[in-house]
Design a protein around this ligand. Structure first.
Ligand code: ADP
Length: 590
């Protein structure tokens, strides 16, 4: 039997599925053929199957390295239910229990053995590994090995050495949901993957319509209410940044939406959402029932469970939630996900927005944002790195990475590119062969539908580019540059300060007022200069280094900014009244 046929047979036998999802079979076959592999797929895309199937078909044991003890138990229980001999060893077990599991695995009675990375360092485990044939080492959440990933764990650094110390080198397969190019390179290098089959897939969801709207905070509640009022038969999630906001918004929707529907004569989702208390279908208030229910981590488990049940069973069409909502919630017919505020990373946004349209039907993901979100998010990042498991160094690394992730999120709000493209490019997935070029995206997005205005910022972009160059030199009293570049460059805040002619001590004190770019953009609002600088980074005209003090340098497209025909536009902040066609829910004009 070919590997391919055997893999499909195992998929049917153990998991009851008829076919592989995109990307799965390539990874499974590579592993079975003895080749290392790296699978990058979003959560829920089916990474586990990619190592579980080979584990069943390969002769020896598969060691699965997984960072979370709680997930290990769930996985192992699920596998045992499917008749797969799997087990875990972790700190919740007594040494005797651990010994028993290791003995079973050594005898070949366990095909998949789940361990945390710290376990690999123990003598007992090394001893076991030295005398047991290990066919495959599968590394889950492999991005933890990289300092450029969000959840760097130093214990992951020992995995490469563990593998190198084995008497026979097993196949090594790594999996993660987040891998920018940089993280991917780290995973390959740190785990010592040998010419791996790299598969990045599943990030584009072409039934989703992506929409980004910049809007003042005080207008948001009314916008959300009218959206819901205009889509009475659809169910949706509204994500808010704080617990308090979820409760306030839910209450205001419950007042506003019925009134709007009454005014416009739209029937509510009434028949679906009849309040059961008394079942008095003649009573209008009861007929309409609540429109929205709040959900957040500060509520009692009982209230949360009820909110979730009411939403999942379509008794209440809208849940207004913090990011605590969603994990493990299986509702396939969510037609829209509205973000009331900008999340702090594309990963978070993708995961939350991606809860729309699980059934494959057209659905809409709308992000409402404004500059206030950026300020709030930045402030939170600076105060929020209290993960006790991490060393101070790990915390610092994670903090810097979070800044970069936030920048990418801001870039999503501002970009004029296809939003599908932006997202899949972020996750490192190359455009599919059938060509999701900007402007032709399959699912549709605001940018491709051209419902925004642009602003010509060519001159600002040129000035910024020039300034990045200028500040690398020192200047004498006559404003002549010293011959050699003196500095590495400056951070983005300092660049903006120079262009705006700031009198701040750290500008004047360093003689930056002698630089020819000093004061060039004095007349341009600071926020605009920042916007353009940030967008230029997103578009690779500039490059911001990573590390403790990020420095602005030139990106791969920098030369374009000095070309005579250089032309640069960014999205204008005030949107035109937008009528969006396509997507599940006809767009609302603003
Ligand atoms: P991930 O590890 O990527 O988050 P999982 O491996 O947990 O995802 O898979 C998510 C869900 O998809 C699981 O319920 C799994 O059984 C299911 N699944 C995986 N592969 C397939 C497939 N080929 N066909 C149908 N369902 C699948």
């Amino acid at each position: 039997m070919t590997d391919q046929a055997a893999a499909l047979g195992a998929l049917r036998q153990y998991f009851g599925y008829d076919s592989f999802r995109p990307g799965q079979s390539g990874l499974v076959e590579a592993i079975l053929a003895g080749r290392d592999a790296l699978g990058v797929m979003p959560t829920g895309a089916g990474k586990s199957v990619c190592y579980q199937i080979p584990a069943m078909l390969l002769p020896g044991v598969t060691v699965v390295i997984s960072p979370l003890i709680s997930l290990m138990r769930d996985q192992v229980d699920g596998l045992n239910d499917a008749g797969i001999p799997a087990a875990f060893i972790n700190t919740t077990q007594s040494p005797d229990e651990q010994g028993m599991v290791l003995a079973q695995a050594a005898q070949g009675d366990v095909k998949l053995l789940y361990v945390a990375p710290e376990r690999l360092e123990t003598e007992r485990f090394r001893d076991f590994a030295a005398r047991t044939p290990i066919s495959l080492v599968a590394v889950d959440e492999a991005h933890c090995v990289s300092q450029w990933g969000q959840d760097f764990r130093s214990s992951y650094l020992g995995i490469g050495e563990f593998i190198a110390g084995l008497p026979v080198r097993p196949v090594v397969a790594a999996f993660t949901a987040t891998a920018t190019e940089r993280v991917r390179r780290d995973v390959v290098a740190m785990l010592g993957l040998n010419d791996p089959q790299i598969t990045v897939t599943g990030f584009d969801r072409d039934n989703l319509y992506f929409d980004v709207i910049k809007m003042e905070t005080k207008r948001k509640a009314a916008w959300v209410a009218s959206y819901i009022a205009a889509h009475p038969d659809e169910s949706g999630i509204v994500y808010c940044a704080t617990r308090k906001a979820t409760e306030e918004l839910a209450a205001s929707l419950n007042r506003a939406v019925p009134a709007m529907r009454a005014a416009s004569g739209t029937a509510g989702a009434s028949d679906e959402t009849v309040a059961t208390d008394g079942g008095s279908s003649g009573d209008d208030a009861a007929r309409l029932g609540p429109i929205a229910v709040a959900y957040h981590g500060g509520m009692s488990a009982e209230i949360r469970d009820r909110a979730q049940r009411d939403f999942v069973t379509d008794r209440i069409p809208v849940v207004v939630a913090t990011n605590a909502f969603g994990m493990g919630i299986d509702k396939s017919n969510v037609r829209y996900v509205i973000h009331h505020n900008m999340p702090d990373s594309i990963e978070a946004y993708y995961q939350e927005a991606g809860r729309a349209g699980r059934d494959g039907e057209p659905s809409r993901c709308t992000l409402l944002w404004n500059d206030g979100d950026i300020v709030t998010r930045r402030r939170l990042l600076d105060t929020d790195y209290d993960n006790e498991r991490m060393t101070p160094e790990e915390q610092e690394i994670n903090r810097v990475n979070k800044w970069h992730k936030l920048d990418a999120m801001i870039g999503y709000c501002r970009t004029t590119d296809c939003l599908h493209e932006y997202m899949t490019r972020y996750f490192g997935e190359t455009a599919p062969a059938d060509g999701a070029r900007p402007g032709t995206c399959k699912g549709g997005c605001t940018n491709c539908n051209g419902t925004f205005e642009t602003l010509d910022v060519t001159d600002i972009a040129r000035a910024i580019s020039r300034c990045v160059h200028d500040v690398m030199y020192d200047y004498d009293e006559q404003g002549r540059p010293t011959r050699m570049p003196m500095r590495q460059g400056l951070g983005s805040g300092k660049i903006v300060a120079v262009l705006r002619g700031s009198r701040a001590q750290d500008v004047l004190g360093r003689g930056l007022d002698r630089c020819p770019s000093y004061g060039r953009l004095r007349e341009t609002p600071e926020a605009r200069v920042r916007d353009v600088l940030s967008q230029m980074t997103t578009d690779k005209f500039l490059f911001v280094s990573e590390g403790r003090l990020p420095i602005v340098g030139f990106g791969t497209r920098a030369a374009e900014t000095v070309a005579p025909d250089f032309h640069y536009e960014i999205k204008r902040v005030e949107r035109k009244a937008a009528r969006v066609s396509g997507g599940a829910s006809a767009g609302m004009g603003e």
